[in-house]
Design a protein around this ligand. Structure first.
Ligand SMILES: NC(=O)C1=CN([C@@H]2O[C@H](COP(=O)(O)OP(=O)(O)OC[C@H]3O[C@@H](n4cnc5c(N)ncnc54)[C@H](O)[C@@H]3O)[C@@H](O)[C@H]2O)C=CC1
Ligand SMILES: O=C([O-])C1=[NH+]CCC1
Length: 314
């Protein structure tokens, strides 16, 4: 008797079962807390392997994780490319393999791009809920790609901002973004203009040098620094990194992969999971930075969520 072949769950199906990133919030909060609990939390997750493809300016990330609480085992394979000539090809593409943890059988191959967009934005939303100042009125997004859309969607679903601003290196893309999303967005001509007076800032660019300067940031603002996932890439300047209270998803990953953390020498105050567990305070009255690199266990719980929803409908 042959074994059952794995199912393939493509982008449309993933989107159907994960139409709102906020559906992932409980599972992600638990996964972040479990990760930061060490061995007791039951998350097995090494810092990802990132293989450069120098000839083409690309990277292949291999991201395995097991979550005992969910009894879920996955690995995500994600490619990201710096200067793609064909703009119809996304800069990031991903696939998640979901295994039966009891015997190692491959159960499903899922599109990982939608999962990556939504779980990343949901984790930023978790950080924002904990770290943003009281009475936050202005949201600023720097960057206008895939992550800008997923962050806009969950941030405007969960929070009530009076104004949303966007800046992008190429203004046409920011204008397109403002025309596509459902609410009003002010397109700004400079990052400085977008950031000035903002209470919550999201950096979702492919920048390799700082695009956000401490001088422009309102004291007490919260920043989700989502791009710059290589040890020599930056989005935030040294002053902002050093003068803010710094939260990360994973200390080990931040000290291995984040140019903003490594090159600024900024001190890490806490992992987000420690705040969720209550072992570290959130300090929303201070200027805070959440340096997000993306963790494999986030993909694990997201893939399980999609697979379970897909299975229930089949
Ligand atoms: N922390 C996490 O969990 C994750 C982080 N990311 C990171 O988030 C960032 C955004 O990802 P996507 O939206 O998927 O990428 P994308 O390619 O869809 O959008 C990138 C945006 O950055 C802009 N950009 C490109 N080069 C720039 C530069 N040198 N300076 C300023 N802006 C520039 C582009 O115009 C575009 O609007 C990337 O750095 C990516 O690696 C992506 C997935 C997960
Ligand atoms: O977590 C993730 O998938 C990624 N982080 C940076 C590039 C892709």
């Amino acid at each position: 008797m042959g074994s059952t072949p794995p199912v393939f769950i493509g982008a449309e199906e993933v989107e159907k079962h994960l139409h709102r990133a906020s559906l992932l919030l409980p599972a992600l909060e638990a996964a972040l807390a479990n990760f930061s609990a060490g061995a007791a939390g039951g998350v097995v997750q090494p810092v990802r392997t990132v293989l450069p493809v120098p000839r083409h300016g690309g990277y292949l990330g291999v991201m395995p994780a097991y979550s005992a609480a969910d009894d879920a085992l996955t690995t995500k394979l994600v490619t990201f490319y710096e200067h793609l000539k064909d703009s119809s090809v996304p800069s990031h593409q991903a696939t998640v393999l979901l295994f039966d943890p009891s015997n190692g059988t491959l159960k499903a191959v899922l599109d990982g791009s939608v999962i990556t967009a939504k779980r990343t934005a949901a984790v930023s939303a978790i950080a924002t809920k904990l770290l943003m100042p009281a009475f936050a009125e202005v949201l600023c997004i720097l960057g206008a790609g895939v992550q800008a859309y997923s962050h806009y969607d969950i941030f405007t679903e969960l929070f009530t901002f009076k104004e949303v601003r966007i800046w992008n290196r190429t203004k046409e893309r920011a204008v397109k973004f403002a025309g596509r999303v459902r609410g009003p967005v002010r397109v700004c001509s400079s990052a400085r203009e977008a950031v000035t007076g903002a209470d919550v800032i999201v950096t979702v660019t492919m920048a390799t040098a700082p695009i956000l300067s401490a001088d422009w940031v309102k004291p007490g603002a919260h920043i989700n620094a989502v791009g710059a996932s290589r040890p020599d890439w930056r989005e935030l300047d040294d002053e902002l990194m050093k003068n803010s209270v710094l939260f990360v998803d994973s200390r080990d990953a931040a000290l291995t992969e984040s140019g903003d953390v490594i090159l600024s020498g900024a001190e890490i105050f806490a992992e987000l999971g420690e705040v969720l567990k209550g072992t570290k305070p959130a300090l929303p009255e201070k200027t805070t930075v959440f340096k997000s690199l993306g963790m494999a266990v986030e993909d694990t719980v997201a893939a399980k969520f999609v697979y379970d929803a897909w299975s229930a409908g089949n």
